[in-house]
Design a binder for this molecule. Sequence first.
Ligand SMILES: CC(C)(COP(=O)(O)OP(=O)(O)OC[C@H]1O[C@@H](n2cnc3c(N)ncnc32)[C@H](O)[C@@H]1OP(=O)(O)O)[C@@H](O)C(=O)NCCC(=O)NCCS
Length: 228
Amino acid sequence: MNSSELEGLMPELTTAPATGARRPAVRVKELAERDRRRMLMHFLVLDDSDRLLRFGTVLPDELITRYVQRLDFSRDAVFGVYDDNLHLLGVGHLAFTPREASPTLTNATLKERIAEFGVSVASSARGMGIGSKLFERAAIHCRNEDVDTLYMHCLSSNQTMIHIAAKAGMKIHREYGEADAYLKLEPASPGTMLAEAVEEQFAFFDYGVKANTKAAMKWLRKLPNWKK
Ligand SMILES: CC(C)(COP(=O)(O)OP(=O)(O)OC[C@H]1O[C@@H](n2cnc3c(N)ncnc32)[C@H](O)[C@@H]1OP(=O)(O)O)[C@@H](O)C(=O)NCCC(=O)NCCS
């Protein structure tokens, strides 16, 4: 199936979200082992206030490095959005934990696992819908993984994240300067399976085009008569 056939099949995945003005399409791709270095680059340029919002504490570089080294792609799902140079503009980490491991959520679900979501977007790329798209992808992935409780922890002052959570229908509980947000998800359906597979295909094509363009430009720049 080629890109235009895919666009015909799922036009809603090729256009901007329904909020406000049209934005460039955001392609969310599942990340893997080979993306670890790019993830590290993404996190290391977050400033102190972003690190506080993302991790709940101003994590120093060494602990960020350890966090990235320890990401377990076989247990969790990590999603990313690349720019044209294949730098990561946004990273969303969906951590799956057994229900019993989280005493406050044990009664929230009968499923074996719950999911916790954390997200960051490069400061230069904010307001373009990347954070929202990463969240949407995480939610559909949970459904397809038979997880019905999506949890997020953030500071009460994080108005942007609280806006994204509320927009997605999350119930938000604020206490002592912190906010917990929960989303109960519907079960998976053939539609959610197809939507996630198609989204991944689009992101895969998009990545391939960017990688090939980058390689071609690198080669062209080596030509003796090449002018920018
Ligand atoms: C939170 C974060 C991921 C959002 O990423 P983003 O790509 O800018 O998000 P989006 O563009 O998808 O959406 C931003 C939404 O928040 C709204 N918004 C922006 N600033 C806001 C504010 N101060 N108050 C309320 N809403 C705000 C925007 O209008 C937009 O809403 P819309 O889509 O309904 O128009 C990004 O700001 C970030 O990385 N912050 C630091 C880390 C962090 O806070 N992580 C979350 C904790 S896990």
